[in-house]
Design a binder for this molecule. Structure first.
Ligand SMILES: Cc1cc2nc3c(=O)[nH]c(=O)nc-3n(C[C@H](O)[C@H](O)[C@H](O)COP(=O)(O)OP(=O)(O)OC[C@H]3O[C@@H](n4cnc5c(N)ncnc54)[C@H](O)[C@@H]3O)c2cc1C
Length: 169
């Protein structure tokens, strides 16, 4: 990813970041530039003792829910499972659990980020707090978030059966 950012800088190309690809405005794409597609970055690691989950920037909510629910834990995510965590979190994040656990960004503890300068840094309440403030609802364009670290809450595990004829997402 750093190499991609450096290449774009060397060639003076605009960069677009594709997370889950769900934004209907098409902000994950650009003309005559470089699209950095995170869709293969779907690693998720739950720390059940700490009550946190670290998810790579290309995850969809189903990736996060699948791993978190294995421990009976959850964080507010999208209403449908195929929305990307990237754009949703950076935009604030509303979902079924928000009345109980707050918005997605209320549960965001830190982000690993690559800046437009090609620098890797961590943004949290303690490290680069102003950047962290911007990431919590300010949308894309503050850098490439390679992983999001969220606080989890006890919930479930749910094992709801779908009505007959409704396909799995
Ligand atoms: C069917 C549908 C259902 C939805 N449901 C909800 C919902 O329940 N709750 C809700 O809050 N929103 C919802 N949304 C809105 C959704 O959160 C936004 O469209 C969001 O931008 C999608 O994120 P994405 O990563 O899938 O999109 P993308 O199109 O990949 O990206 C959207 C923007 O975020 C940036 N971005 C994505 N990932 C990263 C990253 N890792 N680092 C830096 N920038 C990144 C992109 O560059 C782009 O600017 C829904 C949208 C759709 C189409």
């Amino acid at each position: 990813m750093l190499a991609a950012v450096r290449l774009a800088r060397e060639r003076d190309l605009p960069i677009a970041i594709r997370g889950g690809g769900h934004a209907v405005a098409g902000h994950a794409m650009c003309d005559d530039g470089l699209v950095i597609d995170l869709s293969h970055m779907t690693g998720v690691r739950v720390d059940p003792m700490a009550g946190t989950v670290r998810a790579q920037g290309g995850c969809l909510w189903r990736h996060v829910d699948h791993e978190s629910q294995a421990f009976g834990l959850a964080v507010t995510g999208g209403i449908v499972t195929h929305t990307g965590i990237g754009g949703l979190t950076l935009g604030g994040g509303i979902g079924h659990l928000m009345r109980r656990f707050g918005l997605t960004i209320d549960n965001l503890l830190s982000c690993d980020l690559i800046t437009a300068d090609g620098e890797f840094l961590v943004a949290s309440a303690d490290e680069h707090p102003e950047l962290f403030w911007a990431l919590r609802g300010g949308g894309g364009n503050f850098g490439i978030v390679t992983s999001f670290n969220y606080r989890l809450h006890p919930l479930g595990p749910t094992n709801a059966r779908r009505p007959a004829g409704v396909a799995d997402e």
